[in-house]
Design a protein around this ligand. Structure first.
Ligand code: ADP
Ligand code: MG
Length: 244
């Protein structure tokens, strides 16, 4: 059995009295593509934000390659460099061009020299079909193009795991396809991916495993065929009947 890259045990997260994550156990293995689906407010974003420690869990454990990342002395800065994240909103640096957006983290955080950073950035921009826009400024790009640059920028840090939080939900409908295609191509390269999405056809198509979250718990998980074809839980069926 392949070892988990990320393993989460008994994760709880509350905001005040609101317990948003209730004892979540979750693991991702190398090369696995896991989609997380569920209604708005079910805790999907909070789970992703706890995984990369943008939120501090109220309790529970998070292991990265077997090491407890919440232990005293563990380098969170280092941990975060292993995780790439693409959000719903396009969070490019608007004062930097496309290429610079993809090199700046490499030179500052990973201490790569400019030539190396540029080479890596261009290779990743190529992967998402944005190399010809290397000198463009973000303001000149469509939403779909910006999101593909955000993807290339995250990839340029050579993350072990990519986390996506509804990367297409802020896009005009005609741009959703190009971003999903770039993500699908990536999934086929063996990259480990955790994807919160409301694109059910995409989740069914690319995932090794699908997780259905409901009110802060993992209500059901399985293969795409199990979740979409033969859901067991009443609440999974009810959710799917609303979104499919
Ligand atoms: P989802 O991504 O599934 O829509 P979220 O994880 O964003 O769900 O939110 C789950 C619940 O946590 C919601 O009730 C939301 O209001 C609450 N929540 C999320 N982030 C915060 C925060 N920073 N402060 C207070 N409540 C929050
Ligand atoms: Mg969310």
């Amino acid at each position: 059995m392949t070892e988990s890259i990320i393993e989460i045990k008994h994760l709880k997260k509350s905001f005040g009295d609101n317990e948003v994550l209730k004892d979540i156990d979750f693991a991702v293995k190398k090369g696995e593509v896991v989609s997380i689906i569920g209604s708005s407010g079910s805790g999907k974003s909070t789970l992703l934000r706890c995984i990369n420690l943008l939120e501090t869990p109220t309790s529970g454990e998070i292991y990265y390659k077997g090491e407890n990342v919440l232990a005293k002395g563990y380098s969170l800065t280092k941990y975060r460099t292993h995780l790439g994240m693409v959000f719903q909103s396009f969070n490019l640096f608007n004062n930097l061009n496309v290429l610079e957006n993809c090199t700046t983290g490499q030179t500052t955080v990973l201490k790569r020299d400019n030539a190396e950073a540029k080479k890596v950035a261009l290779a990743n921009l190529e992967k998402v079909g944005m190399a010809s826009f290397q000198n463009a400024m973000p303001a000149q790009l469509s939403g779909g193009q910006k999101q593909r640059v955000a993807l290339a920028r995250a990839l340029s840090m050579n993350p072990d795991v990519m986390l996506f939080d509804e990367p297409t939900s802020a896009l005009d409908p005609e741009m959703v396809g190009e971003v999903l295609k770039a993500m699908k191509d990536l999934a086929h390269t063996g990259l480990t991916m955790v994807i919160v999405t409301h694109e059910m056809a995409f989740a069914r198509d690319v995932s090794d495993r699908v997780i259905f979250m409901d009110k802060g718990v993992i209500a059901e998980e399985g293969t795409p065929e199990e979740i979409f074809g033969h859901p067991k839980e009443a609440r999974t069926k009810e959710f799917l009947s609303r979104v499919l």
